[in-house]
Design a protein around this ligand. Structure first.
Ligand SMILES: Nc1ncnc2c1ncn2[C@@H]1O[C@H](COP(=O)(O)OP(=O)(O)OP(=O)(O)O)[C@@H](O)[C@H]1O
Ligand SMILES: [Mg+2]
Length: 261
C-alpha cells in the first residue's frame, strides 16, 4: 500500500464511528436475479430494510423464498443485481475491496445454519479463526477466543476438537466465532435449524443475551415461529418482497367502556 492509499484507508476506518441507536444497516430496492434469459429466477424483487442498533429482526418465509440470499447480500458475501446495501450510511458498493473485506471480517458476525467449523481444529482455534485471518498474533487471538467461549458457556471445551462437540455446542462455538471480532451487526441464518427444540431455545436465549450485552443490531432468519416471536419485529419474505408479518402483529388492545364515550 502506498502513502496515499494508506491515508485513504485510515480515513475510511476513522469515519466508521457508529451513531448509538442509529440505522446501522440498510437495504434499498435490492434485487437479486439468478441466471439469465429464459432460465432467470428473480429471488429478491425490491427489498427495503433498515436495521438500527439494538433491534432484533426476524425474517420468516417459505423455503426457497430468499432468506439466505438476502442475508448474504447484507453481509457482502454476494452482490445484488441492482439496489444498494448501506452500512453506517455508506454504500457497500462504494467501498474499495480492502474496506469491503474489513466490513465482512469486522463489522458483520455471521452464523450459518450449519456451523462450518473446521473439524480438526479446537473450539478455541475455530473461534480465533477470523482474528488469525486478519493477521492477529496467535496468542492474542486465542486469548480473545477463550473470552468468547466463556461467554457462550463453553470454557471447559476450549481445547476439544470441533468434531467431538455436540450439535448445540458446535453452534455455540459458531456464535462465539461470529462475535470474536466485536462486530456491530449479527446476521444469523437459521441458527437453530439443525437442533432439537430444547437446544434451539437455549441457542436463542444465548443470541438474545449476547445481542443485548454487545449492543448489536441483529437479523435472524428462522423457520421457527416461537423464536421469531421473540424478536422485536418480524418480516415475511415472499414473492421477492419483505413485509411486516401479519401473523406476528400485536392484536390491538380492546377499547374500554370509558374510551368509547
Ligand atoms: N447460486 C445460486 N444460483 C441459482 N439459484 C440460486 C442460487 N442460490 C440460491 N438460488 C435459488 O434462490 C432461491 C432462494 O434461495 P435461498 O437459499 O435464499 O432461500 P431460503 O429462503 O434461504 O430457503 P431455506 O428456507 O430453504 O433456507 C431458491 O430458489 C434457490 O434455488
Ligand atoms: Mg436459507
Amino acid at each position: 500500500m502506498n502513502e496515499v492509499q494508506e491515508t485513504v484507508a485510515r480515513d475510511e476506518s476513522a469515519s466508521e464511528g457508529l451513531t448509538p441507536g442509529g440505522v446501522w444497516l440498510e437495504a434499498r430496492s435490492l434485487r437479486k436475479v439468478y441466471g439469465a434469459g429464459a432460465s432467470a429466477i428473480t429471488v429478491l424483487d425490491g427489498i427495503d430494510l433498515s436495521l438500527s442498533q439494538g433491534e432484533m429482526v426476524a425474517i420468516v418465509g417459505p423455503s426457497g423464498s430468499g432468506k439466505s440470499t438476502l442475508l448474504h447480500l447484507l453481509a457482502a458475501l454476494d452482490t445484488p443485481t441492482s439496489g444498494t446495501v448501506y452500512f453506517n450510511a455508506k454504500a457497500l458498493a462504494a467501498r474499495r475491496s480492502d474496506s469491503l473485506a474489513e466490513f465482512r471480517n469486522r463489522r458483520i458476525g455471521f452464523v450459518w445454519q450449519r456451523h462450518h467449523l473446521l473439524p480438526d481444529f479446537t473450539a478455541a482455534e475455530n473461534v480465533a479463526m477470523p482474528l488469525l485471518m486478519r493477521d492477529a498474533g496467535y496468542g492474542e487471538a486465542l486469548r480473545n477466543a477463550n473470552e468468547l467461549l466463556v461467554e457462550v458457556g463453553l470454557a471447559s471445551r476450549a481445547r476439544q476438537r470441533a468434531a467431538d462437540l455436540s450439535g448445540g455446542e458446535q453452534q455455540r462455538v459458531a456464535i462465539a466465532r461470529a462475535l470474536v471480532t466485536k462486530p456491530a451487526v449479527l446476521l444469523a441464518d437459521e441458527p437453530t435449524g439443525d437442533l432439537d427444540e430444547l437446544n434451539a431455545v437455549a441457542i436463542m436465549d444465548l443470541i438474545e443475551r449476547l445481542h443485548q450485552k454487545h449492543l448489536l443490531a441483529s437479523i435472524l432468519a428462522t423457520h421457527n415461529p416461537v423464536l421469531a416471536k421473540r424478536c422485536g419485529r418480524v418480516l415475511r419474505l415472499e414473492h421477492g418482497l419483505l413485509r411486516p408479518d401479519a401473523a406476528y402483529q400485536q392484536a390491538p388492545l380492546p377499547v374500554t367502556e370509558g374510551e368509547k364515550s
